[in-house]
Design a protein around this ligand. Structure first.
Ligand code: NAD
Length: 323
């Protein structure tokens, strides 16, 4: 199958590219390399260096590669950035996405199925204590990022109804694993591992006050996300919306302590005041994830793989870049 991965030079997209190549598919990447990296794209995959906001260039890339399946991962993927600059978030995550959908539904296009990377971590808003958000929980998006992801989910329904494009929405929890960028504001696992390897103290943003255990999140390992993408691309997933998570809530303090323990280094954990706009608790109902994937990677195992991959990077532990 010919598979196009938008955002395939980024963290999650590059794992999907690898999984698709390993499964024997012909793979191309469409990416503007804004947060992704050329070196994340395996040489066996073709790279279209294209910005989704460029409607003609997007149409030309899709027309040239003629994908049969599309995994749409490209995005402005930072919640704080979306609050600072909602216009750019809308241009990339809504208009850029529409340019892709138009390209995929042009006369003569060969796309049979599209998978969309949505957000389980942000779309449901606060998830009350002792509960988890299922696919039927009404979305309650509270940031431009989550609002635009939710909007695009609804646009997919319109393209299904009026242009016959089959699509599946995967709502990811907090994804972690090798190649996640520690140099931004997202990706707490990457940020903590970077600190540990550089011997720097770890700061834990409070949940409701400085010094508490921090916010609660559902951490899912990137190989599980890639695996579910591949199954969906090949038509093995019947549901139109699927949460991708573990159903396990982990506090920031628990996460930091687990990383420090695995690293066998002495690093101090320090509290910071809560960050404005952070959800206090987000945990996904993982019934559908498990229906398709069976067991998911346990946190300790995923963190160990991630730590090992960061430790093996050239220059790791130098602390030369700001975290
Ligand atoms: N990481 C998470 O925990 C998480 C959680 C929920 C949803 N998601 C979603 O998963 C997807 C992948 O996220 P990620 O964590 O790998 O982020 P990432 O920033 O590593 O990857 C995004 C990729 O999209 C590319 N891109 C950005 N704007 C583009 C544009 N205008 N045109 C073409 N390419 C563009 C970037 O260069 C990058 O390679 C995103 O859609 C994100 O919203 C991620």
């Amino acid at each position: 199958m010919r598979v196009l991965v938008t955002g395939g030079a980024g963290f999650i997209g590059s794992h999907i590219v690898e999984a698709a190549l390993a499964a024997g598919h012909e793979v191309a990447v469409l990416d503007n390399l804004s947060t992704g990296h050329r070196e994340n794209v395996p040489s066996a995959a073709r790279l279209f260096e294209v910005d989704l906001r460029d409607r003609d260039a997007t149409a030309a890339a899709v027309a040239e590669f003629r994908p049969e399946a599309v995994s749409h991962q490209a995005a402005q993927a930072s919640v704080p950035n979306s609050v600072r600059d909602p216009h750019t978030d809308a241009q990339v995550n809504v208009i850029g996405g529409l340019n892709l959908l138009d390209a995929c539904t042009k006369a003569g296009a060969s796309v049979e199925r599209l998978v969309f990377a949505s957000t389980g971590g942000a779309i449901y808003g606060e998830v009350p204590e002792s509960t988890s958000a299922s696919e039927s929980t009404p979305p309650n998006p509270q940031s431009p990022y989550a609002i635009h992801k939710s909007t695009f989910e609804q646009l997919l329904g319109v393209y299904r109804q009026h242009r016959g494009l089959k699509s599946t929405v995967l709502r990811y929890a907090n994804v972690y694993g090798p190649r996640q960028d520690p140099f931004g504001e997202a990706g707490v696992v990457a940020i903590f591992i970077d600190s540990v390897l550089a011997g720097r103290e770890i700061f834990i943003n409070g949940r409701s006050r400085e010094g508490d255990d921090g916010c609660v999140r559902d951490y899912v390992y990137v190989s599980d996300v890639a695996r579910l993408n591949l199954m969906t691309l090949s038509g093995a997933v019947a549901d139109s919306v699927v949460n991708v998570g573990t159903g396990v809530g982990v506090s920031t303090h628990e996460l930091a302590a687990a990383i420090v323990k695995l690293s066998q280094r002495e690093v101090a954990l320090r509290g910071r005041p809560p960050r404005i706009g952070d959800l206090e608790r987000s945990v996904l109902d993982s019934t559908r994830t498990k229906r398709y994937l069976g067991d998911t990677v346990k946190l300790a195992e995923g963190l160990a793989h991630t730590l090992a991959s960061y430790a093996a990077r050239p220059g790791s532990g130098s602390g030369s870049r700001a975290g």
